[in-house]
Design a protein around this ligand. Structure first.
Ligand SMILES: Nc1ncnc2c1ncn2[C@@H]1O[C@H](COP(=O)(O)OP(=O)(O)OP(=O)(O)O)[C@@H](O)[C@H]1O
Ligand SMILES: [Mg+2]
Length: 233
Protein backbone atom coordinates (compact mmCIF):
# COMPACT_ATOMS: atom_id res chain seq x y z
CA UNK A 1 0.00 0.00 0.00
CA UNK A 2 1.45 3.35 -0.96
CA UNK A 3 1.66 5.98 1.76
CA UNK A 4 -0.21 9.23 1.29
CA UNK A 5 2.08 12.28 1.54
CA UNK A 6 1.52 15.91 2.50
CA UNK A 7 3.92 18.24 0.71
CA UNK A 8 5.69 21.06 2.51
CA UNK A 9 5.85 23.02 -0.74
CA UNK A 10 9.65 23.22 -0.55
CA UNK A 11 10.91 21.17 -3.46
CA UNK A 12 14.28 20.07 -2.08
CA UNK A 13 12.89 19.27 1.36
CA UNK A 14 9.92 17.30 -0.01
CA UNK A 15 12.41 15.22 -2.00
CA UNK A 16 14.40 14.57 1.21
CA UNK A 17 11.13 13.42 2.83
CA UNK A 18 10.43 10.94 0.03
CA UNK A 19 7.65 13.19 -1.28
CA UNK A 20 6.46 14.91 1.90
CA UNK A 21 5.25 14.19 5.40
CA UNK A 22 3.15 11.08 5.84
CA UNK A 23 -0.57 11.77 6.06
CA UNK A 24 -1.53 11.55 8.88
CA UNK A 25 1.58 11.82 11.02
CA UNK A 26 3.33 13.99 13.59
CA UNK A 27 6.49 15.92 12.83
CA UNK A 28 8.89 17.95 14.98
CA UNK A 29 10.80 20.78 13.35
CA UNK A 30 13.71 21.50 15.68
CA UNK A 31 16.12 24.40 15.58
CA UNK A 32 17.70 27.21 17.54
CA UNK A 33 16.52 30.85 17.25
CA UNK A 34 16.30 32.25 13.74
CA UNK A 35 16.80 28.96 11.92
CA UNK A 36 13.44 29.26 10.14
CA UNK A 37 11.02 27.22 12.27
CA UNK A 38 8.19 29.76 12.03
CA UNK A 39 8.93 30.42 8.36
CA UNK A 40 8.76 26.71 7.48
CA UNK A 41 5.65 26.25 9.64
CA UNK A 42 3.95 29.07 7.75
CA UNK A 43 5.12 27.62 4.44
CA UNK A 44 3.52 24.28 5.39
CA UNK A 45 0.24 26.09 6.03
CA UNK A 46 0.45 28.18 2.85
CA UNK A 47 0.97 24.98 0.85
CA UNK A 48 -2.15 23.52 2.46
CA UNK A 49 -4.22 26.59 1.60
CA UNK A 50 -3.00 26.40 -2.00
CA UNK A 51 -4.23 22.83 -2.09
CA UNK A 52 -7.60 23.93 -0.72
CA UNK A 53 -7.06 22.21 2.62
CA UNK A 54 -8.22 23.53 5.98
CA UNK A 55 -5.36 24.59 8.22
CA UNK A 56 -4.89 25.52 11.88
CA UNK A 57 -1.89 27.54 13.06
CA UNK A 58 -1.41 27.72 16.82
CA UNK A 59 1.13 30.26 17.90
CA UNK A 60 2.57 30.31 21.37
CA UNK A 61 4.93 33.19 20.78
CA UNK A 62 4.00 35.44 17.84
CA UNK A 63 0.70 37.34 17.88
CA UNK A 64 -2.03 36.60 15.33
CA UNK A 65 -1.55 39.91 13.49
CA UNK A 66 2.18 39.25 13.39
CA UNK A 67 1.66 35.78 11.87
CA UNK A 68 -0.71 37.20 9.27
CA UNK A 69 1.80 40.01 8.64
CA UNK A 70 4.59 37.48 8.05
CA UNK A 71 2.34 35.57 5.66
CA UNK A 72 1.49 38.73 3.76
CA UNK A 73 5.11 39.85 3.64
CA UNK A 74 6.00 36.53 2.09
CA UNK A 75 3.48 37.11 -0.66
CA UNK A 76 0.66 35.03 0.78
CA UNK A 77 -2.29 37.30 1.34
CA UNK A 78 -4.25 35.04 3.59
CA UNK A 79 -6.98 37.53 4.50
CA UNK A 80 -9.58 35.80 2.27
CA UNK A 81 -8.85 32.47 3.97
CA UNK A 82 -8.99 33.66 7.59
CA UNK A 83 -11.69 31.84 9.57
CA UNK A 84 -12.80 30.05 6.40
CA UNK A 85 -9.94 27.67 5.73
CA UNK A 86 -7.21 29.21 7.90
CA UNK A 87 -7.59 29.40 11.66
CA UNK A 88 -4.84 31.22 13.52
CA UNK A 89 -4.88 31.00 17.29
CA UNK A 90 -2.61 32.65 19.81
CA UNK A 91 -2.24 30.86 23.13
CA UNK A 92 -0.78 32.49 26.20
CA UNK A 93 2.07 30.31 27.45
CA UNK A 94 2.07 32.09 30.81
CA UNK A 95 -1.48 30.98 31.58
CA UNK A 96 -0.92 27.30 32.11
CA UNK A 97 -4.49 26.18 32.84
CA UNK A 98 -5.97 28.12 29.96
CA UNK A 99 -3.36 26.88 27.55
CA UNK A 100 -3.57 23.24 28.46
CA UNK A 101 -7.37 23.30 28.24
CA UNK A 102 -7.29 25.15 24.93
CA UNK A 103 -4.85 22.67 23.47
CA UNK A 104 -6.57 19.61 24.83
CA UNK A 105 -10.19 20.52 24.27
CA UNK A 106 -10.63 23.39 21.84
CA UNK A 107 -8.02 22.14 19.38
CA UNK A 108 -9.73 18.79 18.93
CA UNK A 109 -13.12 20.46 18.60
CA UNK A 110 -11.72 22.86 16.03
CA UNK A 111 -10.13 20.06 14.01
CA UNK A 112 -13.43 18.23 13.95
CA UNK A 113 -15.51 21.31 13.20
CA UNK A 114 -13.29 22.58 10.39
CA UNK A 115 -12.03 19.29 8.95
CA UNK A 116 -8.47 20.65 9.16
CA UNK A 117 -5.85 18.43 7.59
CA UNK A 118 -2.81 20.48 8.65
CA UNK A 119 -2.04 21.76 12.14
CA UNK A 120 1.04 23.71 13.21
CA UNK A 121 2.00 24.41 16.82
CA UNK A 122 4.80 26.97 17.08
CA UNK A 123 6.72 26.34 19.33
CA UNK A 124 5.66 23.31 21.38
CA UNK A 125 8.65 23.91 23.69
CA UNK A 126 6.72 26.78 25.33
CA UNK A 127 3.96 24.28 26.15
CA UNK A 128 6.57 21.82 27.49
CA UNK A 129 8.09 24.61 29.55
CA UNK A 130 4.91 25.20 31.54
CA UNK A 131 5.31 21.97 33.52
CA UNK A 132 7.23 22.22 36.74
CA UNK A 133 8.15 18.55 36.83
CA UNK A 134 9.73 16.50 34.09
CA UNK A 135 7.37 13.60 34.88
CA UNK A 136 4.29 15.79 34.27
CA UNK A 137 5.85 17.20 31.12
CA UNK A 138 6.51 13.76 29.74
CA UNK A 139 3.04 12.43 30.65
CA UNK A 140 1.16 15.42 29.25
CA UNK A 141 3.16 15.44 26.04
CA UNK A 142 2.61 11.70 25.54
CA UNK A 143 -1.10 12.15 26.30
CA UNK A 144 -1.40 15.04 23.85
CA UNK A 145 0.46 13.21 21.08
CA UNK A 146 -1.63 10.07 21.62
CA UNK A 147 -4.81 12.15 21.28
CA UNK A 148 -3.44 13.79 18.13
CA UNK A 149 -2.82 10.35 16.65
CA UNK A 150 -6.59 9.86 16.53
CA UNK A 151 -7.03 12.98 14.41
CA UNK A 152 -7.12 12.75 10.61
CA UNK A 153 -4.51 15.46 10.12
CA UNK A 154 -0.78 16.03 9.89
CA UNK A 155 0.69 17.89 12.84
CA UNK A 156 3.89 19.92 12.61
CA UNK A 157 5.31 21.13 15.91
CA UNK A 158 8.30 23.41 16.06
CA UNK A 159 10.68 23.09 18.97
CA UNK A 160 13.44 25.28 20.28
CA UNK A 161 16.82 23.88 21.28
CA UNK A 162 18.94 24.55 24.34
CA UNK A 163 21.81 26.96 23.71
CA UNK A 164 24.40 24.30 24.55
CA UNK A 165 23.01 21.72 22.13
CA UNK A 166 21.63 22.90 18.77
CA UNK A 167 20.98 19.29 17.73
CA UNK A 168 18.30 18.44 20.28
CA UNK A 169 14.98 19.92 21.38
CA UNK A 170 15.01 21.82 24.68
CA UNK A 171 13.64 18.91 26.74
CA UNK A 172 15.01 16.09 24.56
CA UNK A 173 11.63 14.39 24.63
CA UNK A 174 9.67 15.13 21.52
CA UNK A 175 12.17 13.44 19.19
CA UNK A 176 11.17 10.06 20.60
CA UNK A 177 7.43 10.63 20.40
CA UNK A 178 6.96 11.93 16.86
CA UNK A 179 7.18 10.15 13.50
CA UNK A 180 9.45 12.63 11.77
CA UNK A 181 12.24 14.88 13.04
CA UNK A 182 13.55 17.68 10.83
CA UNK A 183 16.54 19.57 12.20
CA UNK A 184 17.38 23.13 11.20
CA UNK A 185 20.73 24.61 12.16
CA UNK A 186 23.42 27.12 11.43
CA UNK A 187 26.80 26.24 10.14
CA UNK A 188 29.79 28.51 10.04
CA UNK A 189 32.37 27.80 7.33
CA UNK A 190 35.85 27.06 8.67
CA UNK A 191 37.43 30.27 7.39
CA UNK A 192 35.22 32.28 9.82
CA UNK A 193 34.92 35.11 7.28
CA UNK A 194 32.26 33.52 5.08
CA UNK A 195 28.69 34.25 6.19
CA UNK A 196 26.84 31.78 8.38
CA UNK A 197 24.54 29.48 6.43
CA UNK A 198 21.47 27.46 7.30
CA UNK A 199 21.23 23.70 6.90
CA UNK A 200 18.36 21.22 6.99
CA UNK A 201 18.43 17.53 7.78
CA UNK A 202 15.79 14.80 8.11
CA UNK A 203 17.01 12.99 11.21
CA UNK A 204 14.19 10.51 11.57
CA UNK A 205 11.18 9.46 9.54
CA UNK A 206 9.20 6.37 10.39
CA UNK A 207 8.09 4.20 7.45
CA UNK A 208 10.35 6.03 5.01
CA UNK A 209 13.61 5.68 3.22
CA UNK A 210 14.33 9.37 3.70
CA UNK A 211 17.48 11.28 2.84
CA UNK A 212 20.16 11.43 5.51
CA UNK A 213 22.02 14.26 3.83
CA UNK A 214 22.51 17.68 5.36
CA UNK A 215 21.53 20.30 2.79
CA UNK A 216 22.07 24.05 2.80
CA UNK A 217 18.94 26.15 2.54
CA UNK A 218 18.09 29.80 2.21
CA UNK A 219 15.10 31.85 3.27
CA UNK A 220 14.24 34.38 0.59
CA UNK A 221 11.51 37.00 0.66
CA UNK A 222 8.98 34.80 -1.13
CA UNK A 223 10.38 31.28 -1.04
CA UNK A 224 12.55 28.77 0.80
CA UNK A 225 15.25 27.18 -1.30
CA UNK A 226 16.92 23.90 -0.39
CA UNK A 227 20.08 23.41 -2.41
CA UNK A 228 19.79 19.72 -3.14
CA UNK A 229 22.90 19.64 -5.32
CA UNK A 230 25.17 21.20 -2.69
CA UNK A 231 26.70 19.62 0.39
CA UNK A 232 27.37 21.29 3.69
CA UNK A 233 30.02 19.03 5.17
N1 LIG B 1 10.92 37.88 4.38
C1 LIG B 1 12.13 37.40 4.60
N2 LIG B 1 13.11 37.53 3.69
C2 LIG B 1 14.33 37.04 3.89
N3 LIG B 1 14.70 36.40 5.01
C3 LIG B 1 13.78 36.23 5.95
C4 LIG B 1 12.45 36.70 5.81
N4 LIG B 1 11.76 36.38 6.90
C5 LIG B 1 12.61 35.73 7.71
N5 LIG B 1 13.83 35.66 7.16
C6 LIG B 1 15.01 35.02 7.72
O1 LIG B 1 14.60 33.86 8.36
C7 LIG B 1 15.16 33.78 9.65
C8 LIG B 1 14.35 32.82 10.47
O2 LIG B 1 13.14 33.37 10.90
P1 LIG B 1 12.07 32.53 11.75
O3 LIG B 1 11.29 33.52 12.51
O4 LIG B 1 11.36 31.60 10.85
O5 LIG B 1 13.00 31.68 12.73
P2 LIG B 1 12.57 30.85 14.02
O6 LIG B 1 13.41 29.61 13.97
O7 LIG B 1 11.12 30.72 14.10
O8 LIG B 1 13.13 31.78 15.20
P3 LIG B 1 12.63 31.89 16.74
O9 LIG B 1 13.14 30.68 17.45
O10 LIG B 1 13.30 33.14 17.22
O11 LIG B 1 11.14 31.97 16.73
C9 LIG B 1 15.25 35.22 10.09
O12 LIG B 1 16.22 35.38 11.09
C10 LIG B 1 15.70 35.88 8.78
O13 LIG B 1 17.10 35.73 8.61
MG1 LIG C 1 9.65 31.27 15.53
Amino acid sequence: MSTSRVTMGIEGLDAMLEGGLINPSICALIGTYGTGKTTLGIQFIAEGLLKKEKCIYISLDERVDMIQGIMKQRGWDVAPYVNKSLFVIKLDPTNFNLMINSIKEELFELIEKTGATRVVIDPISLFEGTFSSSVDRRLELIRFIEMMRDQPCTLLMTSETESNNPLMSRYGLIEYLVDTVILLRYYRPADMMTPVHLAVEVVKMRQSKHSREIKPFEILQDQILVYSGANVF
